[in-house]
Design a protein around this ligand. Structure first.
Ligand code: HEM
Length: 198
């Protein structure tokens, strides 16, 4: 069945958190610490979208649906978009582009170090997320795109180190990531099982 409406719908939904933030800013409803609210909301959406991206392949495998893989790239790019805005908010509104302070933060605050690492590792994924690079890299493309699991793992650690006391939210995201990883394992072992049976 043709689903021409699906991509525009998901595109619009992905923009919604940004629209809501913009509206909250306009209506002066960002709370006592607007910069923190903006940074946190953008970080949350970056992580949620990273996990949603990873859900697409298991959905296709489990239910045989053909539409999830078609959304994977868009979701991944939106995850990057939110991570980039999250980073820019930190650099601009939080640190006023004070590169000395930023550098010290990266070196001395582990949760910033890990967030930065997650962002840097996201870059090769974004740059190679097109068909041309897929063809050029061949088998190495799949190897490189295993980073798609490393990035959210680092983001969960980044979140965990930030909250310190109440770890319920990073724990929740971490469990989802573990489930997604667990889902991938049997699929990779299946050929081995088939071999031993035969
Ligand atoms: C893939 C990359 C990243 C993801 C997915 C991510 C995700 C998150 C999440 C989920 C939070 C917690 C939000 C909450 O408390 O509800 C957070 C907080 C934060 N992140 Fe990131 N992050 C990333 C990269 C970065 C980078 C590169 C920096 C800066 C160098 C950064 C700086 C911060 C800061 C400063 C906070 C705390 C905000 C506050 O409490 O004021 N993050 N991030």
């Amino acid at each position: 069945m043709q689903r021409n409406w699906l991509k525009p719908l998901v595109f619009t939904l992905c923009l919604l958190p940004l629209v809501v933030l913009g509206w909250q800013g306009y209506a002066d409803r960002l709370g006592a610490n607007p910069i923190e609210t903006i940074t946190r909301s953008l970080g949350d959406w970056a992580l949620r979208l990273l996990l949603l991206t990873l859900m697409m392949t298991p959905l296709r495998r489990r239910f045989g649906w053909r539409w999830p893989p078609a959304l994977r790239r868009m979701l991944g790019l939106f995850a990057f978009f939110y991570a980039l805005l999250h980073l820019v908010t930190y650099l601009w509104l939080d640190q006023f582009f004070d590169w000395g302070e930023i550098w010290l933060d990266i070196l001395e605050r582990p949760f910033i170090t890990v967030g930065m690492l997650a962002f840097v590792l996201l870059l090769p994924l974004v740059l190679t997320s097109n068909r041309y690079m897929m063809r050029r890299l061949g088998r190495n493309w799949k190897k490189l795109h295993r980073l798609a699991y490393v990035v959210p793992a680092l983001a969960v650690l980044h979140f965990w180190w930030l909250v310190k006391a109440d770890v319920s939210q990073p724990l929740f995201y971490g469990l989802i990531l573990l489930l997604l990883l667990a889902f991938r394992l049997p699929a990779r072992r299946r050929p081995l099982a088939a071999r031993t049976r035969g």
